[in-house]
Design a protein around this ligand. Sequence first.
Ligand code: FES
Length: 573
Amino acid sequence: MKHQPEENDKKTAGNHEKWIKIVFRPGNTSSVVLEGTNLLEAASQAGYIIETPCGGAGKCGKCAVRIVSGASEPSVSDKKLLPANKLNKGYRLACQTYITTPIVVEIPETCLRRPPLKIQTHGKSGEIKPLPRISSQILNLSHHLKGEIKSDADILMQVTGSNSIDLPALQSLPRILRSSNYQVTVIKSENTIIDIKPGNAEQKCYGIAFDIGTTSLVGILVNLNTGEELSIATSINPQTLYGADIISRVKMCRETPDGLSTLQKSILTAINGMINSLLQNSGVPQQSVYEVVFSGNSVMQEILAGIDPSPLGEIPFQIAFNDPLYVEARDLGLHINQSGKVLFMPQIGGFIGGDIVSGIIATQLDTFNKPVLFIDIGTNGEMILSYKGKLMGTSVAAGPAFEGARITHGMRGTVGAIEAVRIENGDIKIEVIGNVSPKGICGSALVDIVAVLLNTGIIDTTGRFLEPDELPADLPELLRKRVKKHNGQTGFEIAGGTNESEHVFIYQSDIREVQLATAAIRTGITLLLKTEKISQEHLEHIIIAGGFGSFIRPTSALRIGMLPDINPERILV
Ligand code: FES
């Protein structure tokens, strides 16, 4: 059995490495780590995965944990991001804390990363006929093969019009032909035979489509013959542990030895886990999955393919490939049929990647006659303007505000997140994911609350919180009471409680973050319309996609100026 070092144990004679004990709560899990280990890493080793929207850069304040005993002096980042009352209670940023002494750590539930995220898995798209590269053919070869002097493979290729056969298929060919009395189903990928099954297995070819988001992953298992969707799996992209946005991932590939392989391995592990759960839920055998399609932004696709995305981190933001990229599933270590194929969606340019190409196909964007704008709102906002068969696109750095980062009480769309806010009977009414006590606010509600504050005159059109004596005279009393000074800032109390941890506020600094993200998206839209000389009132539709984008209320997005002023009914989410 592996030796579990005790605290202060000397690892080897002459090697004075010091091992230190940490106790994590909830769960009272003990762990022993080397002196100097980062607390984030120690927590992860003990099974506590802490959210790190800024990638552990000490900038977002979201990884604050409470050191119940053994807290060190607050770091500069601690003092900058955490209020004094929290510092006094022992709160420290996990990413900025290094273990030098035994400690007991309490990890707030809101810090822990946990699926399921609320992720859009389906949307509005036209009727699309599946056209997989995989095809199957039922054959009775008894007349062709019996007594022939040609090889099994030659006859099979001749009958099926193929020009090659994969080794795993060839290895099983003689046995399957004879044991099935020459009644077989041949599975082909274009002109290559990749599998052979006894009898009629024509309806048993499956594929998986993956949306590889910067933050979240969605996989759908599909019957390739019928197009039927059999199962859906979602997961957090584990690369978020290394940074919330694509730039921090590119930076890791550029600056960290093994950075690329670390990121690639982490996402492949998550994808194989999702494949396993899709197969378990549907009862489909692993060997019957012949194709996987990956769709993501350029950085996500290139890292997943094991391609160094460093050129995407500097002008002119060069992508490694444009055309559809075909690879063997076994080369990536995917847990599907050993001859299975993988397709990475084509990429148009720097930050117009495979995900937006998928959006164009799914919405049949090129078929609209009148101007239509397609927007994928995420950490990276991509948009395509379609007019008379011409497509024009751009992308903007919206930043992670809508993912909950850099927002004081922001969080991702997971259990406990306030996901909607509206005015009702002179007060606000909130909806919380999972119907539990609110723990924070996610992107869709952030857009709502800023719209509410504007509509009620609590903030002005520049985004400034009005002082109590400036508030509109007709502001309902219940709303007026929610505007208060809290933690030294003017804010609006969205949810309250007896404990400090139950308060959810939006502060002036949060409004400014929303304005920055909103301005980035609106700037992209304005430039596209200007370039194509189309005025906003001529837009037939705005189609919104994206993990967070699909949950925003069009009226709120219009109110805060994220979208051009068109009839909300023409906005499709
Ligand atoms: S401050 Fe620690 S992860 Fe952002």
